[in-house]
Design a protein around this ligand. Structure first.
Ligand SMILES: *Cc1c(COP(=O)(O)O)cnc(C)c1O
Length: 451
């Protein structure tokens, strides 16, 4: 294009300014004041390199998913569903093949009959352990809901009731693996090792796929026959590799987190060796039936399309987490991970040090939701928790935590756990809204925003 004098650049400038002002006005109309807006823009300006890296991973993973779908020859007929017994469900069987390709495992079980992440993990454990076996967690305490599955907290139907024992080796104080302790804990009854990738509600760092690989090599070096299972919840597509690439025998997760891409309305997956997956299938349906039954009803299109979108949705959530860390860290709040650390899951913890901070943050997130933005979340006595908990979620899929969501127990150190965002722009809005809520509550000084 030929530029003549200053006219065109003047016009370009004007359009740019109008767009910028239009955006600011739009945010103002949505309750974001100028100070929070300008502060947010300034922080955002520092994140270009981080975001480019996140996009590069998403690009790689997008190709990985498309390639798996192409190699499995996904066709229009695969998007239809079956009813009743669900024999010869082409789309279901093909989807499981796609998952196996994406996670680099021999086989996979991907079903709407797996009701959630806890169910998928319980299924993987209960189907691959037998009375007399021992389960080992070499990375400290597992996710809260697994305590009842294992029987750490006595519960009906737990592994403990079936005579399966459990042992746990804590991480060392600096977060590294206690190799000596693990060596001592492995014995002839140890049948399965469970490794949780995400930190969950703990303060330990999330494990990278590389570190998971080191752990698996160490264990297999001593006991090659032990099954290594990875709880992959919140970790899918955050890196270019998955635990299946580093020797995991089972990789397990929930479809209302990362791999469902926000579209899957239910479901879980177990990707792994042929034998582990077969065991899980016989337990999910029935001995003798296994993978052959289980109608997919009308759900497959959302499973396929959700998986297709999952790399970019995960990237959006990751950008939100990095933005939140970068926004709150300079204001003096403790953030885990910090604004510079590499990421291995989509969870961001921010410590506010007061109940009011936790409440304001969650109310801000709720106010940004596409669904139920008009309701105000309050702390309540949730079953199974020893303190009141406040939760913010205005999701299309109930309880989906790949959608913008936050929750925090009302107890010291008064931290919130924030995750999700189906699009980066929505995550951005939600985080600005949380900061605005903190500012309106008088918990962030105007001067701290530097405007
Ligand atoms: C969410 C989660 C689970 C349990 O999944 P649900 O779908 O809530 O039952 C297990 N482990 C980790 C690390 C999780 O993040």
């Amino acid at each position: 294009m030929c530029r003549q004098g200053g006219t065109l650049s003047f016009l370009e400038d004007m359009v740019k300014r109008m767009t910028e002002n239009g955006l600011k006005d739009m945010y103002a109309g949505m309750g974001i004041g100028e100070e929070v807006y300008e502060y947010g823009r300034r922080i955002l300006g520092t994140l270009e390199d981080r975001f480019r890296e996140i996009d590069r991973i998403a690009e790689y993973n997008q190709l990985k998913v498309v390639r798996a779908m192409q190699e499995s020859q996904v066709s229009e007929a695969c998007l239809l569903g079956t009813t009743g017994y669900g024999y010869n469900d082409l789309g279901r069987d093909r989807l499981e093949e796609v998952y196996a390709r994406v996670f680099h495992t021999e086989d996979a079980l991907v079903r709407p009959q797996i009701t959630c992440g806890t169910h998928a993990l319980a299924l993987a454990l209960m189907s691959n352990l037998r009375p007399g076996d021992e389960l080992l967690s070499p990375v400290g305490k597992p996710y809260d809901t697994l305590e009842e599955v294992i029987g750490i907290r006595p519960s009906k139907g737990s592994l403990a009731e079936y005579g399966i024992t459990y042992r746990q080796v804590e991480l060392l104080p600096d977060g590294s693996f206690d190799y000596e302790g693990i060596r001592r804990a492995l014995h002839e009854r140890t049948r399965l090792v469970t490794i949780q990738r995400s930190k969950g509600y703990q303060t330990r760092p999330t494990l990278s796929v590389e570190r998971i690989g080191e752990m698996i090599s160490f264990i297999k070096g001593i006991r090659p026959d032990v099954i290594c299972m990875v709880d992959n919840c919140y970790g899918e597509f955050v890196e270019t590799t998955e635990p299946g690439d580093v020797g995991a025998d089972m990789v397990v997760g929930s479809l209302i987190k990362n791999p469902g891409g926000g579209l899957a309305p239910i479901g879980g997956y177990i990707a792994g060796t042929r034998e582990c997956v077969e065991n899980a299938a016989f337990r999910l349906t029935s001995p003798g039936l296994g993978k052959e039954v289980g109608a997919s009803l009308g759900i497959l299109k959302d499973f396929y399309q959700g998986l297709f979108l999952a790399p970019t949705v995960t990237a959006a959530a990751l950008k939100g987490a990095v933005f939140a860390a970068s926004l709150y860290e300079p204001l003096g709040f403790d953030v885990v991970p910090d604004s510079r650390e590499s990421r291995h899951d989509i969870i961001q913890a921010v410590t506010f040090g007061s109940p009011e901070g936790v409440i304001a943050f969650c109310q801000g997130i709720q106010a940004a939701a596409p669904v139920d933005s008009h309701v105000t979340p309050e702390p309540w006595d949730m079953p199974g928790y020893d303190a009141k908990v406040i939760m913010a979620a205005g999701a299309f899929v109930s309880g989906s935590s790949i959608e913008l969501s936050a929750d925090g127990p009302i107890k010291p150190p008064y931290a919130v756990y924030f995750q999700g965002g189906l699009t980066w722009h929505h995550a951005c809005f939600g985080i600005l809204k949380s900061l605005q809520a903190l500012k309106d509550a008088g918990l962030v000084a105007r001067e701290a925003l530097g405007v």
